[in-house]
Design a protein around this ligand. Structure first.
Ligand code: F0G
Length: 413
């Protein structure tokens, strides 16, 4: 493999300041100074009362839905990420995606395609509110193309939650990128610092789940944060069972130090401008070649519309997987399918085409340079030229859940 665009998760290069902070790590079992530095950095942005540190995002999800989920419950989100959906479903609850309609049309250009469909959310709360323990919003909307959610949409989602007495939780993995898009695209925010915008976003919610492997610029880490005292007490008890003591969770003291610094650096304007511009550079080049991508380009990744690129491969023959394999064979580029392999398997064991068949080229933070990206563009051009020769795939081995992590494939003849 030459270029690894499998994920932007845990693949960031840490800065010299973060490496220096590691040296300050205090590994006391309870109440380490590193814990208090981390809490101060987080609460400066998101002053939730309770912070529950976990080894990564899905551990926070597991704890939250063990408490709030359960059989009969419905958890709405703009679009659940795969581990979020899996943790909701593992609790016995139903995971419901309510992203605005434009978020499902890859070619449609709109500034905030991650927005929640407020009408459908209201209808759910009116009809089945008693089954909804909380509402989630994923910023940015990873499974929907890395698309941002506007401040106005967060505000209106909150207003609905308040009207029906429901807490709002942010899945905030890429909160800094979302803040940057608000600054660039939403009227009234053009001269606001991303830090202020992030604070405003967090002020509109009652809690968050976080994978620090994204916008805390570290290689491992996460947390659950919330205001509710009762849920927090239950969460701490679950934390002690599987993650660790409440002042370190699943982490070392040095990890907490690195997260504290990462939370500051990720909101620097120069960092965010370079980050978002360089992702757009890749997307615009592919677009100019005629390769169909999700538009506008998201924050952490470029998503190729494999269903549109390979119309001769039906969704149940996994056009996204076929394209991802060809990118690897042609140029040693590793990317990842987000489509029917990931979302096609239904709870009853049947298979349905996912809403979209995408291939995500996720960009690790502070790792690759423009010449790496130019190489990727050349490889994609070569793959695009011979697209008619690509064949579908079949699954030859897969586990019953979360099959996309470990399934094995073979090409169809
Ligand atoms: N929520 C979102 C929106 C995510 O993108 C991820 C992880 C998680 C939750 C879970 O966090 O990995 O720390 O347990 N996304 C990675 C990705 C894996 O490649 O998009 P985690």
């Amino acid at each position: 493999m030459l270029i690894d665009l499998l994920t932007d998760s845990g693949t960031s290069a840490m800065s010299t300041r973060q490496w220096a902070a590691l040296q300050q790590g205090d590994e006391s079992y309870a109440g380490s100074p590193s814990w208090y530095r981390f809490v101060a950095a987080l609460q400066d942005l998101a002053p939730y009362r309770h912070i529950i540190p976990t080894h990564q995002g899905r551990a926070a999800e597991k704890i939250l839905f063990s408490i709030a989920g359960g059989p009969g419950a419905i958890i709405p989100n703009n679009t659940h990420f795969d581990t979020t959906r899996a943790n909701v479903e593992a609790s016995g609850a139903q995971a419901l995606d309510l992203v605005a309609a434009c978020g499902l049309d890859p070619q449609h250009e709109a500034p905030f395609k991650g927005n929640m469909d407020l009408d459908r959310l209201e209808e759910l709360l009116r009809r089945e509110g008693h089954r909804v323990p909380l509402v989630m919003l994923t910023i940015t909307n990873n499974s929907g193309g890395g698309q941002p959610v506007s401040m106005e949409n967060i505000r209106q989602t909150r207003a609905l939650c308040q009207r029906y007495g429901k807490p709002l939780f942010l899945d905030a993995c890429r909160f800094a990128e979302n803040a940057w898009f608000i600054r660039e695209r939403e009227p009234g925010y053009g001269d606001r610092h991303p830090r202020e915008i992030a604070r405003e976003m967090f002020s509109l919610a009652d809690g968050m789940t976080m994978s620090a492997k994204k916008d805390a610029l570290v290689n491992i880490g996460g947390w659950l944060a919330l205001n509710d005292d009762d849920w927090a007490q239950q969460a701490r008890n679950l934390l002690i069972l599987t993650e660790g003591f409440p002042t370190y969770g699943g982490l070392a003291g040095r990890d907490l130090e690195a997260m504290a610094v990462g939370l500051e650096e990720v909101l620097e304007e120069d960092y965010l401008r370079y980050r978002i511009t360089s992702t757009a550079y890749l997307g615009q080049a592919l677009d100019a070649l005629g390769i169909p991508i999700v538009k506008p380009v998201g924050g952490h990744a470029v998503y190729i519309d494999a269903r549109a690129l390979l119309p001769h491969i039906p969704p149940l023959q996994y056009p996204g997987q076929a394209l991802a394999c060809e990118m690897y064979r042609a140029g040693g580029i590793r990317a990842c399918e987000i489509g029917t392999v990931m979302f096609g398997l239904q709870a009853d064991g049947s298979e349905q085409p996912a809403a979209m068949d995408l291939v995500r080229m996720a960009i690790p933070r502070r790792v690759y340079t423009q010449s790496h990206v130019d190489y990727c563009i050349e490889v994609l051009e070569a793959v695009y030229r011979r697209r008619e020769h690509l064949r579908g795939m079949k699954i030859v081995e897969a586990p019953p859940q979360l099959r996309h992590f470990t399934a094995r494939f073979a090409p169809l003849e």
